[in-house]
Design a protein around this ligand. Structure first.
Ligand code: PLP
Ligand code: SF4
Length: 441
């Protein structure tokens, strides 16, 4: 059966039929909180994923509808007061919202530093942090089928442009790749590149099949579409074209890896997602899965072991468990690092080796992807044992190192080195070296 997407934002969400059973106060709080956080959902999420009998605790409801508790009390109060004051406050409200957003660390982990240059031109749609992998943010892919409230990519969630611009952007992207023979992987990300039409996606992907890009072995596409709009691969107007595009890439001898974002087992439970996964797998593409660990959403080991098993059943490869980034509504979703490790290991020990392809829990920090290997006692001191899965400097990778145990810490920047006054990769105490080892060679 064909399914047409119907999107809901702050401006029309009151028309969602199921909201009739939700209190007026809660609807008011969603409206106010959504002035700060990006808010968009759709009919599939609303009809098939949310448990409307339990909106107070339902993970899918919480992931899609911003809750008052995601904002600091003083911020919520300020927005509430200005909105109650009526239209005369609009300009002040806009400024206040902007200030709140800026206070929520909208561009975490020094991403700006990863933007490379081609001669005199700064390549704004590209990030190149690790030598072998280039991230590309195609301009039409900077939105999503539905927004996760823990995401703070709102600077990106605006503006669609034309194919013409895409061609110009592709041109620079391709020139950069032709020059950088060390790159083996391209990761298309966003937002969600799978909101693009098959035509636009093809304009970016097909040139990579040319002989001058033989060093590019793998094309990855990061997407939430399997969880929030599986009809992208089933009944959308150009879903057959998408499937043919995937086949073309796989047949040309490149690895095509869909990096699918799933936060909860319920997202893997519908008939539509099962069919979409099967259809993608038939093209020769692989599907790898990843998710942050989120309080109120998936902070029990059993949910993760169930999720990984189901993914393997469906033919997907569990890939990453992330620690939620220090941005946006982190205060609502964050967990102490020790708790993250405990959720990971208690889930990991319950599953077969086929699920243990997953790595984590991992923090994407300025210096790299830092994995928590565990809490241990070394020479009478309780410490976190850590390692780089990826490092800004590749030489740092896979060397175990230690931080002082801290039961409250939720991110790497709160940790202090153990047995030393600096971490091994720091040149000076508390100062990270600014290395650009491969961008200008
Ligand atoms: C995670 C990540 C990658 C990909 O790393 P893999 O270990 O190859 O999955 C590339 N660039 C950035 C900036 C990343 O955070
Ligand atoms: S799908 Fe990804 S980019 Fe889109 S809102 Fe969710 S976390 Fe953000």
């Amino acid at each position: 059966m064909d399914k047409t997407i119907k999107s809901y934002t702050r401006h029309n969400f009151r028309t969602i039929p199921q909201l009739a059973s939700v209190s007026g106060q809660m609807i008011h709080e969603i409206d106010l909180t959504a002035r700060v956080f990006p808010f968009k959902t759709n009919n599939y999420v609303v009809d098939e994923l949310i448990d409307w009998a339990n909106v107070d605790t339902d993970p899918m409801f919480t992931l899609n509808f911003p809750r008052r508790e995601m904002l600091e009390k003083k911020h919520y109060g300020a927005v509430e007061k200005l909105v109650a004051g009526g239209q005369g406050n609009d300009a002040l409200l806009a400024r206040t919202v902007q200030q709140i957003r800026l206070s929520l660390n909208p561009n975490p982990a020094g991403q700006e530093q990863n933007v490379p240059w081609l001669g005199e031109i700064k390549l704004k749609g590209i990030q190149h942090k690790y030598p072998e992998t280039v991230l590309f943010f195609p301009s039409q892919g900077q939105t999503c089928h539905a927004y996760c409230t823990f995401c703070f990519r709102w600077p990106q969630f605006s503006g669609m442009s034309e194919l013409k611009f895409a061609m110009k952007e592709t041109d620079l992207f391709l020139k950069y790749l032709a020059l950088h023979r060390e790159v083996t992987d391209i990761l298309f990300t966003g937002g969600d590149p799978m909101v693009m039409s098959a035509e636009h996606l093809g304009a970016y992907l097909l040139p990579l099949l040319g002989a001058e890009y033989s060093h590019i072995r793998t094309i990855r596409i990061g997407t939430k579409s399997l969880a929030y709009w599986p009809y992208r691969y089933l009944t959308d107007r150009d879903s057959d074209d998408i499937i043919r595009l995937f086949e073309t890439i796989a047949t040309a001898g490149k690895n095509l890896s869909i990096q699918a974002h799933f936060n909860h087992p319920v997202e893997l439970s519908t008939e539509a997602v099962g069919r979409a996964i099967a259809r993608i797998r038939l093209t020769g593409a692989h599907i790898r899965t990843q998710s942050p660990l989120l309080r109120h959403i998936n902070d029990r080991p059993e949910l993760w072991s169930r999720m990984w098993r189901k993914q393997v059943d469906l033919g997907c490869i569990p890939y990453y468990m992330f620690i939620v980034r220090d941005t946006g509504a982190k205060r609502f979703f964050e967990l102490p690092l020790e708790r993250c490790w405990n959720v990971f290991r208690r889930a990991y020990r319950q599953v077969s080796g086929l699920c243990r392809t997953v790595r984590g829990p991992s923090m994407s920090d300025h210096a790299g992807k830092i994995q928590i290997l565990g809490v241990q006692e070394v020479r009478g001191e309780k410490v976190f044992v850590l390692r780089f899965i990826q490092g800004r400097n590749p030489k740092w990778v896979d060397i175990p190192f230690f931080a002082r145990y801290d039961p409250k810490a939720t991110w790497f920047n709160q940790l202090k080195p153990a047995f030393n006054d600096r971490f091994f990769f720091e040149e000076h105490p508390n100062k990270l070296p600014v290395t650009k080892p491969f961008l200008f060679e």
